[in-house]
Design a binder for this molecule. Structure first.
Ligand code: CFM
Ligand code: HCA
Length: 531
């Protein structure tokens, strides 16, 4: 694999080679320390799979909130790009509003760029209020808004006073960061500053929790909520899959935060601990073992015999329902390999689920994860701030003297930390095996080299790289959108995943990738001297 990387790098000119080299490594646990470069600018001209800050803010974090009209201030393409393609599902409960099937945009045109777009934005808000009567409105800025200097904050403030509902402005111009990761941070800051803690809530039952960094892609959140409901948890809010702004206002009343996607939501998790004293637990509902471990950790955190017992009952019942099917699919997948490239969490989370059906992930990486997503949170003090990082305002919160509540004694917190990832995340690299390869911000050239050399049975990807692989005859499974399938989380999700992967690997289609007439000519003739 070292040779493979050397070969891959050899095609780059000197400076690019030096740059890309730092974003790759072969895992070697004999080395004292192994580091990887991440969250830096993609070299111009390179075909990356990354998105922009607007995509991370509006598309990822805000988009799934059902009761909010999300207005994109910008050209129509930006709004169109985030219209349903991510497959975050939302179902309105009694009395709830649900706008997620709509795309709201100011549809900026050339004259708006020249003369300013604020008027159009005000008009869009007016129409949204009159037609849809939403609980709240979000305004997300796209690149031109920042370039021409429209003041979306002033427009939002004025509208909020005029219409009496929260109007939140997000300065998430696409260029604000090196990837969508910047947009996550911008969204986190604003939700923390202006939404969380603005409404009180009486607990409905015991064990109030928030589920953070779960976006209900393909219905994952539906499956997770089903399991948590069955055990008896009180879900205060979900950030943000199938979520509402109304619920997020009360997030400070929970006693535990579950963090599924560390990358996109670690900011709020940390701030909720600082301000209100709510500890967070890194969870993973992808994979059967991950789900079981997560449920056991949660029960242990609440330290209640009845809850621990109920958790075991549910685990047993759920396992009983899936184990035969899972074993059947495992048999059909066993011994194969995968390459796995997704945004900032799933390239780690899905390795466990692949393993459970007998597939080893030999190369993996994030599009835009930070070094802590690879190396673990221990590396955070060593990460140098770049000028790009400084583009995003850092929000500092302090203890809310009235509402801060210590959920665990210091001693118990420490003790639990030895047993579970409480307030901690160890990152992807720690779980990979020696000899396996990690590549950050993989590009299309590198994809071709890697797939040609390793010929994995499956390539976990997004839409931009999926067909590079499939045209090479390699089954590619989108692990962003799940290719119209899902859910893949939890117990029942694992079976769906195993079924889809086994079908993809075992379909006879791959035998027909070479057109039949290339192997066995139908007619023979000469053209320009060649036969
Ligand atoms: Fe978190 Fe996500 Fe991901 Fe992400 Fe994304 Fe996504 Fe993703 Mo696409 S929040 S980091 S910015 S788990 S949209 S639901 S699939 S790249 S791996
Ligand atoms: C985004 C959203 C995305 C894109 C997926 C892809 C998603 O980054 O803007 O490239 O296939 O999950 O929908 O990550």
């Amino acid at each position: 694999n070292k040779k493979l990387l050397d070969n891959l790098l050899s095609a780059y000119p000197g400076k690019s080679m030096k740059n890309r080299k730092e974003h790759m490594m072969v895992k070697d646990s004999n080395k004292n320390e192994q580091h990887i470069m991440a969250n830096t600018r993609t070299i111009p001209g390179i075909m990356t799979n990354r998105g922009c800050a607007y995509a991370g803010c509006k598309g990822v974090v805000l988009g799934p909130l059902k009761d909010v009209v999300h207005i994109t201030h910008g050209p129509i393409g930006c709004s169109y790009y985030t219209w349903g393609t991510r497959r975050h599902k939302g179902r309105a409960k009694d009395g709830e509003k649900n706008f997620i099937s709509y795309a709201f945009s100011t549809d900026m045109q050339d004259p708006d760029i020249v003369f300013g777009g604020e008027k159009k934005l005000k008009q869009a808000i007016k129409e949204a209020v009159e037609i849809f009567e939403p609980e709240a409105i979000s305004i997300s800025a796209t690149c031109p808004v920042g370039l021409i200097g429209d003041d979306i904050n002033a427009v939002a403030k004025e509208a909020q006073e005029k219409y009496g509902i929260p109007v939140l402005a997000f300065s998430c111009e696409g260029y604000k960061g090196v990837s969508q990761s910047a947009g996550h941070h911008i969204a986190n800051n604003n939700l923390m500053e202006h939404v969380i803690g603005t409404k009180e809530r009486e607990p409905k039952k015991k064990y109030p929790i928030n589920l953070l960094g779960e976006y209900n892609i393909g219905g994952d959140g539906f499956e997770i909520s089903r399991i948590l409901d069955k055990i008896g948890y009180d879900i205060v809010s979900i950030m943000t899959g199938d979520g509402t702004l109304e619920e997020i206002k009360t997030a400070h009343t929970a006693d535990l935060n579950l963090v599924q996607c560390h990358r996109s939501i670690n900011y709020i998790a940390e701030m909720l601990e600082e301000k209100f004293g709510i500890p967070w637990l890194k969870v993973n509902f992808i994979g059967v073992q991950g789900t079981i471990e997560t449920l056991r950790n949660m029960a242990k955190y609440f330290d209640d015999e009845a809850l621990i017992q109920r958790t075991e009952e549910v685990i047993e019942e759920e396992l009983g329902e899936i184990k035969d099917l899972l074993a059947k699919y495992k048999e059909m997948c066993d011994g194969n390999t995968a390459c796995l490239f997704v945004g900032g969490s799933r390239a780690h989370h899905y390795q466990n689920l692949f393993k459970e059906i007998g597939i080893e992930t030999v190369v993996a990486g994030y599009e835009f994860g930070h070094r802590d997503d690879y190396e673990g949170r221990g590396i955070i003090p060593d990460i140098e701030m770049t000028a790009d990082d400084r583009n995003i305002p850092e929000l500092t919160v302090t203890k809310d003297e009235k509402r801060y509540k210590l959920r665990l004694s210091k001693e118990r917190y420490k003790k639990l930390q030895e047993e579970m990832p409480l307030g901690d995340y160890k990152g992807m690299i720690s779980e990979m095996k020696d000899g396996q390869v990690i590549i950050d911000d993989l590009n299309h050239y590198e994809t071709e080299i890697i797939l040609n050399a390793l010929k994995p049975a499956v390539f976990g990807s997004g839409i931009k790289d999926k067909y590079v692989a499939q045209k090479m005859g390699i089954f590619s499974k989108q692990l962003h959108s799940y290719d119209y399938s899902g859910p893949y989380a939890g117990f029942k999700g694992a079976v769906n995943f195993a079924r889809d992967i086994s079908a993809g690997i075992n379909t006879p289609t791959w035998n027909y990738i070479t057109a039949p007439w290339k192997n066995d000519p139908q007619i023979e003739a000469e053209l320009g001297g060649a036969s």
